[in-house]
Design a protein around this ligand. Structure first.
Ligand code: F6R
Length: 258
């Protein structure tokens, strides 16, 4: 696991975009997260698309998760959010952006269909991840099986509270989601986790320095051969190894890949 500590969220977005750009130029399959953390990165990628020859036309994208119970087209639905914040500003067609169908009557069947779609696409090449304050990735809350696949999950009250800022009141936050499982997420070739702000510091320390445990679902990243974590200084504050990570970055051999 490579842990890159940048001074601020702007630099995190820039560095993350450098990594993602390499994949976009190969027409890769991108795994997209919603939430607020990757928004700056999406903005930077949109900027590069307009300012350079960076094209997403050969890419396709898969979302990590979707709320259950929101009407189709609801502005806080993740399909809609990713369109508004990212994909409608770049040259990727809507039919190349996939998400789990959380409006289906039979969510188990919808979850299986999504797994099959991922498989048929040859899997995700680079998966962008945010980090929940309780250590979740996707919406795999503490206690999630480390080998879980796409399925219905109930949000932790902490996550409901964290996400209430996107809704008019906490009562409006859906309690259920369809989310890729931890086993689904780690099938991606490269995991790129972004963490910014002091509220992520405990979860980031647990994921990188704590035990591999369902108590911190993001710790499953320790078991993956190609992980890049990019954090800002406040999010890095509780990692005991942060000084080592800074030294590694300062001496990174020019030819060592991301
Ligand atoms: C969203 C997702 C979640 C978020 C996490 C952090 O698709 O999968 O795991 O990445 O809840 O959210 P923010 O970035 O809003 O702090």
């Amino acid at each position: 696991m490579e842990i890159v500590i940048m001074e601020n969220a702007q630099q995190v977005a820039h560095r993350a975009s450098d990594v993602i750009e390499l994949y976009v130029r190969r027409g890769a399959t991108l795994g997209l997260a919603t939430g607020s953390t990757p928004l700056e990165t999406y903005k930077e990628l949109i900027r590069r698309h307009h300012a350079t020859d960076l094209s997403f036309a050969e890419c396709r994208a898969f979302l990590l998760d979707e709320y259950v119970g929101l009407p189709q087209g609801h502005p806080q639905g993740y399909r809609e959010t990713i369109r508004r914040e990212f994909t409608r500003h770049i040259d990727i067609s809507d039919d190349q952006v996939h998400g789990p169908d959380a409006s289906a009557e039979d969510v188990r069947a919808a979850a299986l269909t999504y797994e099959r779609q991922l498989l048929a696409a040859g899997g995700v090449d680079i998966q962008i991840l945010g980090l929940g304050t309780d250590g979740h990735i996707g919406f795999n809350e503490p206690g999630s099986s480390l080998v879980s696949r796409t399925r219905l999950k109930t949000l932790h009250p902490q996550t409901v509270q964290d996400n209430a800022r996107f809704f008019e009141s906490p009562q409006q936050v859906p309690r259920h989601v369809l989310t890729q499982g931890l086993g689904t997420i780690v099938d991606a070739g490269h995991l790129l986790l972004l963490a910014t702000g002091p509220t992520k510091s405990a979860a980031l320390a647990a994921l990188s320095e704590g035990p591999l445990s369902a108590a911190c679902p993001a710790s499953v990243l320790q078991w993956h051969p190609h992980v890049t974590v990019i954090s800002d200084e406040p999010a890095a504050a509780e990692m005991k190894l942060r000084h080592y990570h800074r030294a590694v970055l300062a001496q990174k051999p020019p030819r060592q890949p991301h």
